[in-house]
Ligand binder design. Structure first.
Ligand SMILES: [Zn+2]
Length: 157
């Protein structure tokens, strides 16, 4: 009988020990989560309900004056050297396309631009898109489409 009570007592103390170890492990995990949670870079998208991923390819950010002049001469840009927001370093413009890049599928560029503009609006950054230069949400008045182009308004030129 005494043996029975002793083994029951041992069982209880081993359960207490297991519980105590569990509490300690949980406490350590909470401390780690707290520390790494604070150290994690602030994600500006955390506060909005937009999807966090849209696979895309960055085609170009900064562009040299020589490259700008070549694009102008080739008719692929309306701007000469030192006139484009791509010519700032760091650049105030970026050319980016939904991935995989398919130049024939213009609908994807429009869809992607809507996503980018929605995110920019949500976080309060004014941008201009090359598919709607005057930002009037109409494509009928476009004279020159540059669908992968996005630039910061109120920066640079
Ligand atoms: Zn561009």
């Amino acid at each position: 009988m005494i043996g029975f009570f002793q083994s029951a007592k041992n069982e209880r103390s081993s359960k207490r020990l297991a519980f105590l170890v569990g509490v300690i492990i949980l406490f350590i995990l909470i401390v780690f989560a707290f520390i790494f949670g604070i150290k994690e870079p602030v994600n500006i998208y955390n506060n909005c309900s937009l999807p966090k991923n849209y696979d895309c390819s960055i085609l170009q950010g900064w562009r040299s004056n020589e490259e700008q002049e070549e694009l102008f001469k080739a008719g692929r840009s309306k701007l000469r050297a030192k006139q484009s927001k791509h010519n700032y370093h760091p650049s105030f413009a970026v050319d980016v396309a939904p991935y995989p890049v398919d130049w024939e599928n213009k609908e994807r560029f429009y869809h992607f631009a809507g996503y980018v503009k929605g995110v920019a609006d949500t976080i309060g950054i004014k941008i201009r898109w090359g598919g709607d230069w005057n930002n009037n949400n109409s494509f009928d008045d476009q004279t020159f489409d540059d669908l992968p182009h996005f630039e910061l308004i109120n920066k640079g030129f």
